[in-house]
Write a protein that binds this ligand. Structure first.
Ligand code: AMP
Ligand code: TRP
Length: 332
């Protein structure tokens, strides 16, 4: 069966950027692509490439799992699992490191950005991060990998590594393709609309988290940076702030930019923002309700156990196949 796979790092509470750019897309895909098997995982091994507090990490892993389901991932359709609970990922990452080059890893822009920001020294794990990501993908022979724009370069590297290994070891991996959502592939920060909305931004006002209460959601929208023109017009080049808010509006309400412009013709930011606050709140309310049911439930553990079992089986098989091709261990 053909497969689709993606992961999210448990590095901070999910915000509407990740939700609209990534999670909502999975939910749509699970219904639109019935011929594919889905694997979605929490990339906790990726998270520890920079220092993490133990208690916080634990909490975020669980929170993310519950949120995925609360956002509409169907556990009957999707294998949801935690990366570190499936040992083949780390093992495969090592094997791929032996088939990648320092030069190509040094070119990764995410590595360059993140290593510059590190105050306490850059770990080897941060450097080899893309080989772990390649392992995640290649272990499952994923044909499509839904990601945001920022992960495109890592996916291209994964394709290069897969092709290289295929040439050397006789076609062992499926070469994956990125699936990048068209609208909302990028939601920008509410405080600096030239930057992406990020879980790790120091300014909490830059984002709306999926678990934020109603008053915070509405406050964040009201205080979002726009400009002094006061008209609701989509122009992502010159008017990033209002265009970003319109993108959020458009994806959630399922209306086009033209329709939004028409609706708010002659009206100001206040009215638009009040409506958008309500729209975002109404979208998040049922997610929060379902999350509260799930977070400490046996149901969630059962979903994760089932996901782990399936992921273990598929990944272990691929790992052994590759080890065998390389000539590792004994011949069986
Ligand atoms: P991360 O939060 O960096 O682990 O990203 C998880 C997934 O969500 C990746 O595919 C990202 O590209 C995507 N993503 C993260 N932040 C945003 C954002 N502000 N807008 C759109 N997609 C995002
Ligand atoms: N690196 C991705 C991110 O930061 C998360 C990730 C890890 C991932 N492994 C993956 C995404 C495999 C897709 C496929 O967003």
């Amino acid at each position: 069966m053909k497969r689709i796979l993606s992961g999210i790092q448990p590095t901070g509470s999910l915000n509407i950027g990740t939700y609209l750019g990534s999670v909502k897309n999975f939910v749509k895909l699970q219904d639109e692509m019935p011929d594919y098997e889905f694997f979605i995982f929490i990339a906790d091994l990726h998270a520890i490439t920079v220092p993490k507090d133990k208690q916080k990490l634990r909490k975020l892993i669980k929170e993310l799992a519950a949120l995925y389901i609360a956002c509409g991932l169907d556990p009957e359709r999707v294998n949801l699992f935690i990366q570190s609970e499936v040992p083949a990922h780390a093992q495969m990452s090592y094997l791929l490191q032996c088939n990648s080059y320092i030069g190509e890893l040094e070119r990764m822009t995410q590595y360059k950005d993140k290593s510059r920001k590190q105050e306490t020294g850059v770990t080897v794990g941060l450097f080899t991060y893309p080989t772990l990501m390649a392992a995640d993908i290649l272990l499952y022979d994923a044909e499509y990998v839904p990601v945001g724009q920022d992960q495109k370069q890592h996916l291209e590297l994964t394709r290069d590594i897969a092709q290289r290994v295929n040439n050397k070891y006789n076609d062992i991996f499926t070469v994956p393709k990125p699936l990048i959502a068209e609208v909302g592939a990028k939601i920008q920060s509410l405080k600096d609309p030239t930057k992406k909305m990020s879980k790790s931004d120091d300014n909490v006002k830059s984002r709306i988290n999926l678990l934020d209460p109603e008053n915070i959601i509405k406050k964040r929208i009201r205080s979002a940076v726009t400009d002094s023109l006061g008209t609701i017009k989509y122009d992502p080049e010159k008017r990033e702030g209002i265009s970003n808010l319109m993108t959020i509006y458009s994806i959630i309400a399922g209306v086009s930019f033209d329709e939004i412009e028409e609706k708010y013709e002659g009206k100001g930011y206040k009215e638009f923002k009040d409506d958008l606050g309500e729209i975002v709140y109404q979208e998040l309310k049922p997610i929060q309700e379902r999350y509260n049911e799930l977070i400490n439930s046996k149901e969630l553990d059962e979903i994760l156990d089932k996901g782990q079992e399936r992921a273990f089986k598929v990944s272990q098989k691929k790992l052994y196949k590759f080890m065998h091709r390389i000539g590792l261990g004994r011949k069986r």
